[in-house]
Write a protein that binds this ligand. Sequence first.
Ligand code: 3NM
Length: 205
Amino acid sequence: MKEKLYLITDRKLFNGRCQMYLALETALEAGVKLIQLREKDLSIRELLDTAVWMRELTKEYGARLMINDRVDVALSVDADGVHLGQTSMPAYAVRKITGGKLLIGVSTHSADEAIKAENDGADFITLGPIYKTPSKHGHGNPIGIRIIRKAKSHVSIPVFAIGGIKPDKAKKVREAGADGVAVISAILEAGDVKQSTEEFSRLLK
Ligand code: 3NM
């Protein structure tokens, strides 16, 4: 896949839907081509409503939309893919019911999980948290940059480094072998979403 920057949502960083919409639109305008709707605590109905407007928005900008965990929501809104966690349906089961219709991303946190995700049929993985990420996200201790090289020596699918990735870290994780980066706060909490997105795009070229 050609995308190197994977933007993930967190509506709690915003005062309401309108603000998140504007931030996502700014990031899309600035060149983001892959976005994951990740709002784990929404009811299925609320998640679907959000997925509907995010599908429209991403389509306008020719960007791919991934839905966290929910294969049904992804299929219902014609999303491009689903992003699975370690307790989600495994990739092979998703592939069985979607017949290759959805791109499948999987969150991994070790080389072993990366290998398993690839064997299960994932199209790409995130690997992290590489660095310390805000504790409110609850993603545990950083696993460090060396894990990227280790995972890359075992898998051939694209690996997106995740967790505490700021622009100044983008180059480092790329040098460590990551194909791309996945971020929440470095873009959505940036004072200037456009500038931050453009900086990532430049560094990831
Ligand atoms: N998953 P930020 S770390 C959503 O390690 C997510 O799987 C992680 O947020 C993992 O870019 C993380 O603000 C949070 O650090 C990423």
